[in-house]
Design a protein around this ligand. Structure first.
Ligand SMILES: Cc1cc2nc3c(=O)[nH]c(=O)nc-3n(C[C@H](O)[C@H](O)[C@H](O)COP(=O)(O)OP(=O)(O)OC[C@H]3O[C@@H](n4cnc5c(N)ncnc54)[C@H](O)[C@@H]3O)c2cc1C
Length: 450
């Protein structure tokens, strides 16, 4: 086996491929399917044991609604979920629903069927470079340190792990350096969803508009007129909840998992930074305490939850935003407002600027109407510093506010599809990723106006 020298140690090179993808999450898995569809050899290096990242390990579902045209990878995933008997459409909203186990299985199958390699439980910790090009990533594995060699690299780590270690400049947080709110999601089982629906209807709840018994959503945000607010207030007055438990509450059903709901909460208070390892650990402890209170409260106060139980805590924190690379183009909220178009636009977004702020709500007023969108240029994925590196995910080159729109799952998947195509084009044509004209990738994606 080939080896490389790393600080005087000899490391085995586990794979040598056309494309190495760091992180098999929302973006990384989509990028892998795309690169494999283009016929290049591809390895995904993932620090956990499941693909899907925030979608699966952080238990974040459903995919936010979007009205932009569905691209190939998104379609492949949806079709495959359907084969697993997972109903993705609720018939009312443009959300795409899934359950976490089905999604990580489907992503894995789509990659291995196309000949992709998966390296699980492998944490990328550093890289080697020559003349402005990455040659290897260094990974921590059960065997100790090892390396992967590739011609092109996709940083899909969501934390810009590879880009930062390659010397790419980055930003984090808003003008005060504050990151978006962290959540620690969980699932409960044993819920009588029909009884819950009946209770919500009896209270004239008009929050959940979906008229389909398999899809259901509840929420409580103080001061927004949600019918659950008095119940939460009562729990607070009785000492069963703390004030911090009342800040944000939301839960969704999970297709294919009867009696189960997935909770988009708690919002963990007092953690202003998602880039501190110490604070991330404190967020886990604090979140777990809050989950205990919520899962104790719900069976006693909310009809339908009488026999419910805590089924699962997320194995990954819900990080909305951490690092953002500074690439060849920084996409801004002005591009959102202008509904920007670019000659090298390779993905489209239409979700609003959705900031879950730690302190006050911070958002641009503008919301796009159905059919309106902005484009993400290829240049926001590539950098001046590393010729054969491309980013895909929430950490691409954008401002804090703009990131709050482009971070949603369908948009991340679409930019990742473009990244996979770009790697194949780069390998086949011998053009470095950061010199490649993104208009070519746009054309390959068949993106025309409208
Ligand atoms: C609480 C919360 C609620 C949200 N709600 C919604 C919603 O309802 N709908 C929606 O569409 N979007 C939602 N979002 C946004 C969306 O889910 C994320 O922005 C998106 O999934 C991020 O995709 P990604 O590929 O950038 O990161 P991820 O999906 O997190 O993928 C990153 C992957 O990289 C891996 N990784 C990281 N570092 C390393 C390393 N050093 N070595 C190897 N692997 C590594 C991770 O394990 C992970 O698998 C929400 C986000 C959060 C946090």
């Amino acid at each position: 086996m080939e080896t490389i020298s790393f600080f005087g140690r000899s490391l085995p090179v586990l794979y040598e491929t056309d494309c190495a993808i760091i992180g098999g999450g929302t973006g990384g898995a989509a990028a892998a399917i795309s690169a494999l569809e283009e016929g290049i050899s591809t390895v995904v290096i993932e620090k956990t044991n499941a693909l899907g990242g925030t979608q699966t390990n952080a238990l974040v579902s459903p995919m936010m609604p979007t009205h932009v045209k569905k691209q190939k990878v998104n379609t492949l995933i949806t079709e495959r979920l359907a084969k697993e008997n997972i109903e993705t459409s609720d018939g009312t909203t443009a959300c795409s629903w899934f359950n976490t186990e089905a999604l990580s299985y489907v992503l894995e199958q789509l990659i291995i069927e196309r000949g992709g390699f998966l390296l699980y439980d492998a944490n990328v910790i550093d890289c080697l470079m020559e003349k402005g090009c990455l040659t290897h990533v260094v990974i921590n594995t059960c065997q100790g340190l090892a390396a992967v060699k590739a011609k092109t690299f996709i940083d899909a780590s969501a934390d810009a792990v590879l880009a930062r270690s390659a010397g790419v400049p980055f930003q984090s947080g808003n003008h005060n350096g504050e990151n978006q709110q962290i959540s620690f999601r969980f699932e409960m089982g044993g819920i009588d969803i029909q009884a819950l629906r009946a209770f919500m209807k009896s209270q004239n709840d008009n929050f959940c508009q979906i008229d389909n018994q398999n899809f259901f959503e509840i929420a409580m945000v103080p001061g927004k007129g949600h019918v659950l607010e008095p119940l939460f207030q009562k729990g607070f007055e009785n000492g069963d909840l703390k004030e911090e438990d009342l800040r944000y509450f939301q839960a969704f059903t999970q297709p294919g998992k009867p009696g189960v709901m997935s909770f988009n909460c708690p919002h963990i208070p007092g953690i202003g930074s998602t880039t501190s390892p110490i604070l991330r650990s404190k967020a886990v402890t604090k979140g777990r305490e809050m989950i205990r209170r919520l899962t104790g409260f719900l069976p006693r106060y909310l009809p339908g939850f009488e026999h419910s139980f805590l089924l699962k805590e997320a194995s990954q924190l819900g990080i909305r935003e951490s690092y953002r690379i500074k690439g060849k183009y920084v996409l801004t909220e002005n591009d959102y407002v202008k509904r920007a178009r670019f000659a090298d636009g390779i993905a489209r977004g239409d979700w609003y600027i959705d900031v879950h702020s730690v302190t006050k709500e911070e958002a641009a007023e503008a919301k796009l109407s159905k059919g309106e969108y902005y484009e993400i240029p290829y240049r926001s994925l590539v950098t001046h510093e590393a010729a054969n590196l491309i980013a895909a995910g929430r950490h691409i080159s954008s401002t804090f506010l703009m990131q709050a729109s482009l971070r949603i799952q369908p948009t991340v998947r679409d930019m990742a599809e473009a990244a996979g195509i770009a790697c194949a084009y780069s390998v086949k044509q011998g053009i470095p990723l950061n010199e490649l004209d993104g208009a070519v990738i746009r054309q390959h994606l068949g993106m025309t106006e409208g």
